[in-house]
Design a protein around this ligand. Structure first.
Ligand SMILES: NC(=O)C1=CN([C@@H]2O[C@H](COP(=O)(O)OP(=O)(O)OC[C@H]3O[C@@H](n4cnc5c(N)ncnc54)[C@H](OP(=O)(O)O)[C@@H]3O)[C@@H](O)[C@H]2O)C=CC1
Ligand SMILES: N[C@@H](CC(=O)OP(=O)(O)O)C(=O)O
Length: 391
């Protein structure tokens, strides 16, 4: 299939924004021992703008060298981090101005606001604050305009830092496929059935005897998250708030014996007559909102194409397509007429890269670039305060 399907590698050496003055920004990873935390470590190793300087996790891991605290899942742990001592998730112990959170939701609720209150720019993967009215829930190509919420958030909460969230991994895959169609034609109804990889359940996750040779038609809390987050992601920003789109969404969430890559089968009903050919054309042309395409092109983690459309009758497949765009592209195929709604299609994307760590890193890259409407001076304020703390 003609797409840029390659294994994840450190990002290309994109020129850094002038504001960095040749220096990389120190970043910390909270929840660094887990499946998403380790994906952050892998993706950030060799990153041209960010340098992982601190790793934090629970009290069970704090004080131990990283190689002892983390059971490394994929490839090799970067040698330079093996002996780094894991810190507790406490802003008094972790100094970096930018914090990537891969925390379990049981910890994220208290820890993430504590870091934002302590002047850090927090990029969260946890579910806790995604639906809060003053918290941006971002997929850059889908709804970057929602980052404008930060202004209100910092004022209302009195935070010198800020909190930005990522969407649930299944809804990320679905929303990337639906956003171009919603913008072009207006979607009224969506039926979504997922087939979700085991890495979505974290480490150690689902017991092997439950999942091998099996499919489990239940993932706790997943279906309401898909339905609600979709309406916020596809909503519009104006006057300091995001208006959720009045889309009717019905989701079925299933766990399958796949390592990485969430597949979502979608049937879509539009406000007007739309053909499969119209859908394919809109998906192929889509790059995201005009205002940020130039910024995205300069981001080391952005894929050349956010959506890769395939005409092959049996794709996308996680094993073959999950690393498209270094895990940052969503692959869409099987676009065809639907007897119940209008058009149906299949979307698949990497759950721990686009659906989690890679998505957060892309959000951070756009903030570093100051891609509008990021509040003016946000990064300078946060890194300046960090420099003052360090001196
Ligand atoms: N896996 C995926 O595809 C996706 C995951 N997410 C979300 O990302 C987050 C991380 O997921 P994942 O990596 O899969 O989960 P894991 O269970 O693999 O990792 C959880 C991490 O949280 C840490 N942690 C747990 N409890 C505490 C605590 N009380 N205080 C501090 N740290 C704690 C763990 O540290 P320790 O090792 O010390 O226990 C570990 O580092 C979750 O919120 C998840 O919902 C979002 C999208 C996709
Ligand atoms: N529930 C997802 C992963 C996840 O952690 O989602 P969330 O961050 O929305 O809880 C899965 O199992 O594949």
């Amino acid at each position: 299939m003609p797409h840029d399907s390659v294994a994840p590698t450190p990002p290309a050496h994109t020129p850094a924004p002038a504001s960095l003055r040749g220096k990389r920004i120190p970043v910390a990873i909270l929840g660094a021992t887990g499946a998403v935390g380790q994906t952050f470590v892998r993706l950030l190793e060799g990153h041209p703008w960010f340098e992982v300087t601190e790793l934090a996790a629970s009290e069970r891991s704090a004080g131990r060298p990283y190689h002892e605290a983390a059971r490394w899942i994929e490839g090799q742990m970067p040698a330079r981090l093996r002996e780094v001592q894991v810190l507790p998730c406490d802003p008094a112990a972790v100094r970096a101005p930018i914090v990537f959170s891969a925390l379990d939701s049981s910890a994220a609720g208290d820890v993430e606001p504590a870091f934002a209150a302590a002047g850090r720019l927090v990029f969260s993967n946890a579910k806790n604050y995604r639906m809060a009215a003053d918290v941006p829930l971002l997929i850059p190509e889908v709804n970057w305009s929602h980052v404008a919420l930060l202004e209100k958030q910092r004022m209302l909460r009195g935070w010198s830092g800020a909190l930005i969230t990522n969407a649930n991994c299944s809804v990320t895959v679905a929303a990337m496929a639906l956003a171009p169609l919603h913008q072009a034609f207006g979607i009224e109804r969506v039926f979504a059935a997922t087939m979700q990889a085991v890495s979505g359940a974290g480490y150690p996750g689902v017991p092997s005897l439950d999942i091998l040779g099996n499919a489990i038609p239940y993932i706790a809390d997943e279906e309401p998250k898909i339905e609600e987050e979709m309406r916020k992601l596809l909503g519009t920003y104006g006057d300091g708030a995001v208006t959720h789109t009045p889309l009717r969404v019905s989701a079925h969430a299933n766990r399958v014996a796949v390592e990485h890559g969430h597949t979502v089968c979608l049937s879509v009903g539009f406000a007007r007559r739309v053909s499969p050919a119209d859908v394919s054309e809109a998906l192929r042309a889509w790059r995201g909102p005009d205002g940020i395409v130039g910024f995205l092109e300069a981001c080391p983690s952005a894929p050349a194409r956010p959506i890769v459309v395939t005409d092959a009758p049996d794709r996308p497949q996680p094993r073959r397509d999950v690393n498209a765009g270094r895990g940052m592209s969503v692959v869409v195929g099987r676009v065809r007429e639907d007897a119940l709604l209008d058009v149906k299609l299949v979307a698949m994307g990497h759950n721990t890269i686009r659906g989690a760590a890679g998505g957060s890193i892309l959000n951070a890259e756009l903030c570093v670039m100051g891609a509008p409407p990021v509040p003016a001076g946000l990064l300078a304020e946060i890194t300046g305060a960090a420099a003052a703390r360090a001196s």
